[in-house]
Design a protein. Structure first.
Length: 178
């Protein structure tokens, strides 16, 4: 039994296909935008339209094209060997996945450094009189409260206590809209 031609044959650049019933080269019928149908056009044997003409390549040029390296390939370069033991998954990471992994690592390192490089070290105990003002979290330390009892001095700056509350109240009274 001879093999049957495909139902939807491949078309050339010019739209020429092989008719499955007659095995002739034809431009199949098509539908116009207004809904009417174009007739099927037979192509003379041996005719090749301009769209289907290939660029001439000599034998040496054809051999060079066949043996050509992929675009961007560097002669003599071989990719480094990959070890399956280093990666827990079977698939290697893509370029963007590697970049994102490096970003995550840097972000985690910055978090660790921010905690480790706190400018107020708990190990350094200040003078006995100011020890009660330094207890607590850094957020509590920086909160401006005048009820902590500590005073402002060059050795122990407390900017919340340094503000003159009388002048601040006067300024607020001026801003009050009546």
């Amino acid at each position: 039994m001879p093999s049957l031609p495909p139902i939807n044959p491949d078309k050339t650049a010019a739209g020429i296909a092989l008719d499955p019933q007659t095995l002739e080269r034809v431009i199949p019928e098509s539908r116009r935008p207004d809904g009417t149908v174009r007739k099927q056009i037979k192509i003379r044997p041996g005719f090749t339209p301009q769209e289907d003409v290939r660029r001439f390549r000599g034998t040496k040029q054809a051999q060079q094209d066949a043996n050509a390296l992929p675009k961007g390939h560097i002669i003599g370069w071989a990719p480094p060997p990959t070890s399956q033991a280093s990666g827990s998954t079977g698939k290697p990471l893509s370029k963007s996945a590697k970049k994102n992994a490096k970003r995550r690592e840097k972000k985690e390192d910055k978090k660790d450094e921010a905690v480790a490089d706190n400018w107020e070290d708990e190990e350094e105990e200040p003078a006995a009189g100011t020890a009660s003002s330094n207890s607590g979290t850094p957020a509590q330390k920086s909160a401006p409260t005048s009820s902590s009892g500590s005073t402002h001095s060059p050795e122990n700056p407390n900017w919340a206590a340094a503000v003159d509350e009388g002048s601040l109240a006067a300024k607020l009274d001026k801003l009050d809209v009546k």
